[in-house]
Structure formats: C-alpha cells, structure tokens
Design a binder for this molecule. Structure first.
Ligand SMILES: Nc1ncnc2c1ncn2[C@@H]1O[C@H](COP(=O)(O)OP(=O)(O)OP(=O)(O)O)[C@@H](O)[C@H]1O
Ligand SMILES: [Mg+2]
Length: 475
C-alpha cells in the first residue's frame, strides 16, 4: 500500500515550505552578514579619515605627540580595532618592514601596503591573517597631506565584533522560520483535509453503491472540481436509484399482472387434465387458454417496451415524415375492424404536411390512440384523425364519439395499468399500457400529450404536440 493522498499532500506541502523557509532564512542571514561587515568597513573608513587629519595636525604642530597617541588609542577603543600608523616617507620597503609592529604578520600585508603607498585604499573583509588568531575586517588607506603619501593607516577589527549582532539576527531568523513551519503545518493539515475529505467520502459512497445502497448523498461544498465530481457522483447515484426503482416496479408489475391470466390458464388446463371438462367443451376452454397466453405475451412485450423507453434505451431515428401517407397507413390498419363495428374513420390533414419524427414510433403512438378510439366508440360513431400545425410544432389529435372519460381520470389514463373498467377491458384484451407507452414516446420526441372530453358532444379527444425546428414547420 502506498501513502494516502492526505499524507502525500502534507509531505509535499511541508517539504516545499521547509525548503523555501530554509532558503529564505539562509539568504537573509547572508545578507545581514554582508551588511554588518560593510557597516564595520564604513565605520573604519571614517575613522581612518580622522586619523589622517589628526596626523596632519600633529605634523603642523597643532597637537602634541602625546595627544596624537591618546587620540589614536581612543579611536582604537571606540571601534574595537587595532590602529597602525606607519610613516614610510622616503624609506625603502625593507625599512618599512621593520616598522610594522610585532604581532602583525609582515608578509600578510606586505603586498597591500605597497598598493596603499601608491595611493590606493584597500577595503578588506574576513581576512584570516596567519599571525592573528581571529579573522579580521581591515581597512588600509594612504597617510597623506596635499596629495603626498607619507605612509599608511591600517585599521584591523576582529570579525567577532560583527559576529555577535549577526548571531542575534540568526537566532531571530531561526525562531521565525520554525514559527512559519509550524503555522504552515497547521494550514497544510487543514487544506489537505479539505481536499481529501470529500474524496474519501466519495470513495466510501462508491463502496456503498457497489454494495447496493444508493441512499446516501455525498455532501457538496463549494464549486471546485472536487465539488463538481461530488455533484456528478450524486447525479449518478440518483440515476442508479431511479433505475433500481424502475426495475423493482417492473418486477412488481409483471408478477402482479401475470398472476391473474396465469391462474386462469392453470385452472383451465388442470380442469382439462382432471377430466372435469367434457371433451366436447375442451376446444372452447383451450381457446380461452390460447387467448390468455396471447395476452400475457403482449403484456410482457409491452412492459419491456415501456421499461426500455423509460430507461431511454430507445434511440429515435428522426426523419422527415410525410403525414398524409402515415395517417392513411394508420387508418388502413383499422379499416376492417371499424367497418365491422360500424364506426367510420376520417382523416383531416393538409396535403404535403410533414413532421420531423421517428416514423415507426410516431405510427406506434397513433395506432395506440386510434385503437382505443375505435374500441371505445359505439356503432354508428366516428373516429377522426386530424393534424394541424402552429408556429414551432405539429399537433396530432384523435377524437371519437364514445363515452369519454370522467374529468378526474383524464390524466390518470396515461398511467400504466390504469383502466377505467377492468372487467370490461380484460374481455377486450386491453392491458392498460397503450397510453403509457404513447406518452413516453411523445416525451421522447420532446412533446406533450393530453386527453380531454369533447365539448361539441360526447367523446374523447387525445392530442399531442411535437415541437419542430423552424425549418420543418414552415413546410
Ligand atoms: N378513446 C377512449 N375513450 C374512452 N376511454 C378511453 C379511451 N382511450 C383510453 N381510455 C381509457 O383509458 C384506459 C387506458 O388506456 P390504454 O390505451 O392505456 O390501455 P388499454 O387500451 O386498456 O390497453 P392496451 O392499450 O394496453 O391494449 C383504458 O383502459 C380506457 O379505460
Ligand atoms: Mg389502448
């Protein structure tokens, strides 16, 4: 097992914070180190200018040798530096060597002294001189009056003078760095938790889903990618719930609806086998068995069809459909039945009218509606199929002169298995799925379906409207 995402995040953030803080502290420390050395150098430079003046005063007789010595000592004391003033005018270098005080390595500074005698100012830092036990900051300036170099002024201050304030600064830096790391640690923990918690919650939710429990939603916070993921996850769960609900419903419907016909079939077949029914009567009973079997078969295929449409497993093959031709086909299917019953069939449509739809599915809807209309219209009645177009849609209407439907039932007849009179309908073979399927197919086309009782006499009118893209409706 690798590290958890939380651990990885904390580790990464922490590494970055520690590295950055360390780098920043190191940089600051380096900066201060240089700053303190430069400060010291400036101080020493100022003092050596003063020494130059004092020496000039001494030469001009304005101060005594004792006073000069005292002043030099005071400067040395104030700057924590050793002060050397060497007068080398007119002397050879070898003689100069002799004048450099004991304790200061001659060779160490010989080269510098030569350069100072040429008029250069030397600003040195952190030089380790073999003869001194500590590294020093040193300044070497020519001793001059009126542009003439008489000697050199050397000021040497031990680096410890610089190191003390620096180590104070360093202590502050280390403390702040630690504080930053501690604060960063808290922030990193909080942020990492905020990132990983919803992911972990989703992981658990996914496990629950895998175990068949779709009930718990994942909490969504904010609107970042993780929140989006949580939202998608919840949507997925909702769909799963819906699918699961539909599956249960389907099974319940099937078992409920199959029970009655199967009981009938079983009873008849048992009776024939038991010899309860006389041979002469048997064909009639077996005829009923066959009828019930056909009904069961239709019921099952209708239910599966409905489930498929509801689960959006049906793809529409949309095309431009010639409406008059389609209406003729639908009417033809019922021509014989209607004629037998004494019901007349009419179609009212503009020639050449067209609609964008899946032709087979649209035909299926119309067949269901006309089938109902013919079935529920008494002899002598009329069933009319009419099509009108309005801006943005085509309306299909199937009207009959039958009994109509009580107002309270008008919307319920589109529910599956909803039949107004079960005893009558089971005789005519209706399963109560026709309008439910029709409704789903209309919805699949983006349309809406509704039934209303006719106002111009008895009868029901079921109509649905299919929205159309602007070009198709202008026809
Ligand atoms: N034109 C109509 N006139 C009067 N009642 C109707 C009409 N159309 C439908 N109904 C009522 O609505 C119910 C549901 O209709 P639906 O088409 O869904 O089922 P069905 O016709 O009974 O069975 P199936 O269509 O599956 O064979 C019918 O049982 C009937 O009571
Ligand atoms: Mg029907």
């Amino acid at each position: 097992m690798g590290r958890s995402l939380f651990q990885k995040l904390v580790l990464i953030y922490l590494t970055i914070t520690v590295l950055l803080t360390a780098a920043a502290s190191y940089g600051l420390s380096r900066y201060f180190a240089r700053y303190f050395v430069e400060q010291k150098q400036q101080q020493l430079l100022a003092q050596s200018a003063k020494i130059n003046e004092l020496t000039a005063d001494y030469r001009a007789g304005r101060i005594s040798g004792g006073e000069l010595k005292q002043a030099l000592e005071a400067i040395g004391y104030a700057t924590n530096a050793r002060v050397y003033v060497l007068n080398v005018r007119g002397e050879e270098l070898s003689a100069l060597e002799a004048r450099i005080p004991a304790g200061l390595a001659k060779r160490d500074l010989l080269h510098e002294i030569e350069r100072i005698l040429q008029g250069e100012t030397i600003v040195g830092s952190k030089r380790s001189l073999r003869s001194l036990d500590t590294p020093v900051v040193f300044i070497g300036t020519p001793l001059e009056t009126g542009g003439k170099v008489h000697g050199v002024i050397l000021l040497l201050a031990p680096l410890t003078a610089v190191e003390e304030p620096l180590s104070a600064v360093n202590r502050v830096l280390v403390r702040s760095a630690l504080l930053i790391v501690v604060i960063a640690l808290a922030v990193v923990f909080a942020v990492s938790r905020r990132i990983t918690r919803p992911i972990a919650a989703m992981g658990q939710a996914a496990e629950r889903v895998a175990a068949g429990d779709y009930s718990q939603e994942v909490a969504v916070q904010g609107s970042d990618e993780i929140a989006q993921l949580a939202r998608s996850f919840n949507t997925m769960q909702e769909r799963l719930r819906e699918t699961e609900r539909m599956r249960r419903e389907l099974i319940a419907d099937i078992s409920h609806e199959l029970r009655t016909p199967l009981t009938t079939i079983r009873g008849f077949v048992q009776a024939v086998l038991d010899g309860v029914i006389r041979p002469a009567e048997q064909p009639r009973y077996l005829g009923r068995v066959l009828e019930e079997t056909t009904r069961v078969t239709r019921l099952v295929s209708d239910l599966l069809e409905l489930a498929r449409i509801q689960a959006k497993a049906v793809r529409l093959e949309t095309d431009t459909v010639n409406i008059p031709a389609l209406l003729e086909e639908v009417a033809d299917s019922f021509r014989l039945d209607a004629a037998d019953k004494g019901v007349s069939l009419k179609t009212v449509v503009e020639p050449g009218a067209a609609v964008r739809a899946d032709r087979n599915r649209l035909k299926q809807v119309l067949l269901n509606l006309v089938h109902n209309a013919v079935r529920y219209t008494p002899p002598g009645g009329t069933v009319s199929l009419s099509v009108t177009s309005d801006s943005g849609g085509i309306r299909f209407s199937v009207a009959d002169t039958g009994s109509g439907v009580p107002e309270t039932e008008l919307s319920r007849i589109f529910e599956k298995f909803h039949r107004l009179d079960r005893s009558r309908d089971s005789g005519t073979g209706g399963t109560g799925l026709g309008l439910a399927i029709a409704k789903q197919l209309v919805i699949l086309h983006g349309g809406a379906i509704a039934a209303r009782n006719r106002t111009d006499g008895p009868g029901l009118a079921v109509s649905f409207r299919l929205p159309q893209p602007p070009t198709a409706t202008s026809q």
